[in-house]
Design a protein around this ligand. Sequence first.
Ligand SMILES: Cc1ncc(C[n+]2csc(CCOP(=O)(O)OP(=O)(O)O)c2C)c(N)n1
Ligand SMILES: [Mg+2]
Length: 601
Amino acid sequence: MSRDDDGRDSSPRGPPWPNRNTLWGHAIADEFAKAGVSAVCIAPGSRSTPLTVAFADHPGIEVYSHLDERSAAFFALGRAKRTGEPTPVLSTSGTATANFHPAVIEANQARVPLVVLTADRPPELRESGANQTVDQVKLYGGAVRWYHELPEPEVDGRKLRSVRVAVARAFATSRGTPPGSVHLNVPFEKPLEPVSVPGDVPDGFERDEPLAATGRDGPFVGVERGRPTLDDGSLERVADALAVERGLVVAGPSTTLDADAVTEFATATGFPVLADPLSGLRFDAQLADRDVPICGGYDSYLDAPNWPAPEVVVRLGASPTSKVLRGFLREAVRESGTRQFVVDPAGEWREATFTADHLLATDPNRLAHDLAPLVEATGSERWCERFAAAEREYWELVDTAHDERFFEGTVLRDVLADAPVPATVFVSNSMTVRDADRFARPRAADLTMLGNRGASGIDGIVSSALGAGSATDDPLVCVLGDLAYYHDMNGLLALSRCGVDATVVLVNNDGGGIFRMLPIADFEPPFTDQFRTPHGLDFAPTADLYGVEFVRTGDRETFRDAYRASLTSPGTQVVEVRFDAEDSHRFRETIHDRACDAFGE
Ligand SMILES: Cc1ncc(C[n+]2csc(CCOP(=O)(O)OP(=O)(O)O)c2C)c(N)n1
Ligand SMILES: [Mg+2]
């Protein structure tokens, strides 16, 4: 028997339970496991001890230990993006909880299930000057789908059942329609450790309250959830509205679009599919067998003068990355009366150009499947061929350009073209995802491409990518800019602590290259010091710090060699490529102008 500082016995965890906090923590961990959770992310701290001990003790739960809460939450987000299932993330009380906030926002807006557990002091210590005590009640405001504070631990059957119900509900709500963030605040009084408190949990508790103490065989509350569908009359009306010659399916960022269902529908109508790089449709093992054009070059040719407007657009997923595409859809509605159907399973109004005339509050995959037999193949062959021809011409033009000059866009082209199959490729925001949109050609390959487009932050990219990588055996590639890398260097610790290998492609243009695209670039000062923010940092030492290889490359050949070598090497390599942002920016414009000239004729 061992003893703690106060001389109390700290014998192994129950049952019989040494104290109420141990019992409470066990019920929470047990209920998450029964709901289907197999991993949690935990950052160290004292107040969360009963939960940390319970999760670490649970044979069905793997613990990913993180030293920094912001990285922990983004790691959990990345895992959930890859698996579709929440990985709960736990912190102690105080400012630790606020470090979850960016990931909570991103998960909620990107519709990724995330359950955050924040340990707290008991309510009477709020506003009392007690140490490490902050107002955690509804801390994340409107950025969660559900907030709930658990009762203070008590050896009471009804309260314990309410805790099991709350866990089941948190899990189910995070996976709801739409999925998102959920916050459980969990107050604990001392002792926090599994020390014996004689009489705290009576010996007969298990026998008297079996449902509360040990729960059920499976989840305490099983949740069956249906997919929202349209009735037959609505389907007929939509099908009638789609009987046009020039229609488009626009697939925005999504981790849930079913490429088979969507292309089956597009084929039935004869509408080309404009596939965002994060839609799950641009890199698709069956791409070569699709009977409609799956397009990725739209950012360029839709900007050409006189590109004809569609009569109808069906929009699936989130708002597309391409500004040109969003602008094209807006102007088509304003100038040509294009009808725009936005499909959203949650019935949310995710359309910021305010030009859509119809919201279809239904599951997009189910809609595609249900509409396919109802629609007529009215899409004109000329219209489809126009897109198919533009795609052929655009990718040829771009390939020639990449051979002519190595610029930031070439990196995204090569990363996706050379990625092994299967692979998970996580791309950062800023120019990285935009270059993927413009320069990564649709490919018949089983690639899972992910990014944080919910709130488009450049924080937490490394951690999100490593979280996604932790969920599969696929090779993992993370492509990001230098500021995004700087933002989440802490996240690199998960490589060793969480056993993830990656190829990190660091596009280093010494600052925020994206700002060159904005009118502020003409205002000097403050452009360089306050926007572009060149930092001159040498990132090579980060590799030493985190025990990975750092490979600096300068031209396309050395980059491609290093990238390919990394994909087949054990461990993690950071492959840095340095660019002059101005140079890359000008060359993007050159390519865009060439394409507009070619397609304007
Ligand atoms: C957390 C966060 N802070 C600030 C921004 C605003 N922002 C958008 S892009 C960008 C620059 C990103 O630089 P880098 O990662 O090097 O990519 P590059 O622009 O060079 O492609 C900044 C600061 C943001 N999106 N997220
Ligand atoms: Mg940069």
